[in-house]
Design a protein around this ligand. Structure first.
Ligand code: BG6
Length: 464
C-alpha cells in the first residue's frame, strides 16, 4: 500500500547536536576553555541543577557506539559542530593534534556508516580568551574566526561537503547582549547590534575562505532559527509590530545570508534610533560575497506579536522589543512539558516564504524538536513511551511534505536531538533525544520515537 506521506528520493533523515552539548571531555584532549566552561565555573548556580558542560553526554569517548546507534535507527545524516576551543585552544595559533584525530575519527566513522556529516563551525561556543578580547564586538575576532574556518575546510573538507558557518546567530545576540541568558551577560542594545553585525561579517569572511578553498562538491550555508511572526490582528499597529519582530529576529540574518543585503527597513529603523553598527569600507561587497548555497532552518515555535501597549520612555535604551509585545493567543496549542507553543503549520509558512521571497534556496530542517521535562514518568516496560514526540515530529513532517508538494526546495529533516543533551543554562532540564541518557552512567536507551524514526527513514515516509 502506498504511503500517505512519501518523501522525495534521497531525502536526508537524521538528528542534530552541537559540540559543547554532547562532547564532554571539556578539560581533556588538549581542549581550551570556552565561554561556557568559564561561566559555569564563575556562576554554577545559574545552571539548572548546577550542572555544567564538563562531561555532558560524553560523545568524545562514546562517538563510535553513538554512530552505531544512528545507523541502527536509519540515519543517513548527522549534524554536529566542531569546537573551536578544542581545535585551536585559545582561538588562535596552534592546531591541537588530538582534536584533529578526534574529528577525523568521527567523520571517518560517519562516512564508513554512510551517514553524511553536516558540520557547523560555531554553535554558541566562543573560546574564552577571544571573549576576553571582546568576542564578536571586536572585529579582530572576526579574522580569527575566518582562520579557524579555513583550518576546518583544509583539515576536513575532503570528506565533509555540507558546511554551516553559524548556528542561530541571533541567539548569542539576544542571550549575551540583551536578555542575560548567555555569557557575557551584557544588556545593551547598541552592543547587541554590533555583535549581530560582526557575526554576519564573520559569516561572509568564512564564505570567502570557503570559496577560495575550492572544496570539490562542497556547499556552504548558515543555520537560522526562523520564527514566523504572526500578528494578533490585522490592525495596522499589530501588523507594524509583527513586521518589526520579523525584521529583527529573522530578516537581520536571512536577508544578508540569502540575498546579500540588509533590508532597507531595518537599516532605517536602526538609523532612526542612532543604532547603526560601526562598519568598514568594503563591507557591503563583503556581505554580498557571503551569499550561501544552502540554508539550515531551525524551527521550534512561532512568534505571536501585538503592538506595544505601554510605550516605554522614548529616551530609554533602544531594544528590539520596544516595538512589540509577545501575544499569548488564547487557545494556542502548547507543549505542556516545556511551555513552548506547538504550531506545526509554521514550518510550511517558513518554506513558502523561502520559495517565494528567497529564490527557493535549497534548505534543510536543521533542528525541530520537543523538549520534555522528566521523561522518566513515561517509562513503561523499560522504555520511554514518547508518543507526544512522535506526534510532534509527524505533525511537522506532514506540513513539510505539503510544502514539498507545493514546490519548496527542502531536502532533509534533523530532529533536535540524537540523544538527551546538555542545553546551556537549562543543562539537562528539557530532554529532546531519540535516546535518553543517564547523566551519571552515560547509558543510552532508545525511546519509542527511535524505533518510529527508523521505520520512517527506511520507508522514506510514513502513514498517520
Ligand atoms: C536551540 C539550540 O535553539 O534550542 C540548541 O540550537 C538548544 O542548542 C535547543 O539546545 C533547545 O533549547 P532548550 O532551552 O529547550 O534546552
Amino acid at each position: 500500500m502506498a504511503l500517505q506521506y512519501k518523501f522525495p528520493k534521497g531525502f536526508w533523515w537524521g538528528s542534530a547536536t552541537s559540540a559543547t552539548q554532547i562532547e564532554g571531555a571539556a578539560d581533556e584532549g588538549g581542549k581550551g576553555r570556552n565561554i561556557w566552561d568559564q561561566w559555569h565555573e564563575n556562576e554554577p548556580n545559574r545552571f539548572f541543577d548546577g550542572v555544567g558542560p564538563a562531561s555532558t553526554s560524553d560523545f568524545y569517548h562514546l562517538y563510535k557506539e553513538d554512530i552505531g546507534l544512528m545507523k541502527e535507527i536509519g540515519h543517513n545524516t548527522f549534524r554536529l559542530s566542531i569546537s573551536w576551543s578544542r581545535l585551536i585552544p585559545g582561538g588562535r595559533g596552534e592546531i591541537n593534534p588530538e582534536a584533529v584525530d578526534f574529528y577525523n575519527n568521527v567523520i571517518n566513522e560517519l562516512i564508513a556508516q554512510e551517514i553524511e556529516p553536516f558540520v557547523t563551525l560555531y554553535h554558541f561556543d566562543m573560546p574564552f580568551e577571544l571573549q576576553e578580547e571582546g568576542g564578536w564586538e571586536n572585529r579582530e575576532v572576526v579574522e580569527a574566526y575566518a582562520k579557524y574556518a579555513g583550518e576546518c575546510f583544509r583539515l576536513f573538507g575532503d570528506r565533509v561537503k555540507k558546511w554551516f558557518t553559524f548556528n542561530e546567530p541571533i541567539v548569542p545576540v539576544e542571550g549575551g547582549y540583551l536578555y542575560d541568558f548567555h555569557y557575557p551577560n551584557v544588556v545593551d542594545a547598541r552592543r547587541a547590534v554590533q555583535v549581530a553585525y560582526h557575526t554576519m561579517i564573520a559569516h561572509a569572511r568564512a564564505v570567502d575562505v570557503f570559496r577560495a578553498a575550492g572544496i570539490e562538491g562542497g556547499q556552504i550555508g548558515i543555520i537560522l532559527n526562523l520564527t514566523p511572526s504572526y500578528p494578533r490582528s490585522q490592525h495596522p499597529a499589530d501588523l507594524k509590530a509583527s513586521n518589526a519582530a520579523d525584521l529583527f529576529f529573522n530578516r537581520s540574518f536571512l536577508d544578508p545570508a540569502v540575498l546579500g543585503e540588509y533590508p532597507e527597513e531595518l537599516v532605517e529603523l536602526l538609523r532612526e534610533h542612532g543604532q547603526l553598527p560601526h562598519a568598514e569600507k568594503g563591507d557591503q561587497e563583503l556581505v554580498k560575497s557571503g551569499i550561501v548555497d544552502i540554508l539550515g532552518v531551525n524551527y521550534y515555535q512561532p512568534r505571536r506579536v501585538k503592538a506595544k501597549e505601554h510605550l516605554p520612555n522614548p529616551y530609554g535604551p533602544f531594544m528590539p522589543d520596544w516595538y512589540f509585545d509577545n501575544y499569548e493567543m488564547p487557545g494556542r496549542k502548547m507543549n505542556p512539558y516545556r511551555g513552548w507553543e506547538i504550531y506545526e503549520k509554521g514550518i510550511y509558512d517558513i518554506m513558502i516564504n523561502l520559495r517565494d521571497n528567497y529564490g527557493n534556496i535549497q534548505s534543510y530542517i536543521a533542528e525541530n524538536g520537543m523538549g520534555v521535562e522528566d521523561e522518566s514518568r513515561f517509562i513503561e516496560n523499560g522504555e520511554i513511551q514518547d508518543d507526544y514526540r512522535i506526534e510532534f515530529i509527524s505533525g511537522h513532517l506532514t506540513w513539510l511534505h505539503q510544502a514539498i508538494e507545493e514546490g519548496c526546495n527542502v531536502k532533509g529533516y534533523h530532529l533536535w536531538s540524537f540523544m538527551d543533551n546538555w542545553s546551556w543554562m537549562n543543562a539537562y532540564k528539557n530532554r529532546y533525544g531519540f535516546f535518553s541518557v543517564d547523566i551519571e552512567t552515560k547509558k543510552r536507551t532508545p525511546k519509542k520515537s527511535a524505533h518510529w524514526i527508523k521505520e520512517v527513514a527506511e520507508q522514506n515516509g510514513f502513514n498517520r
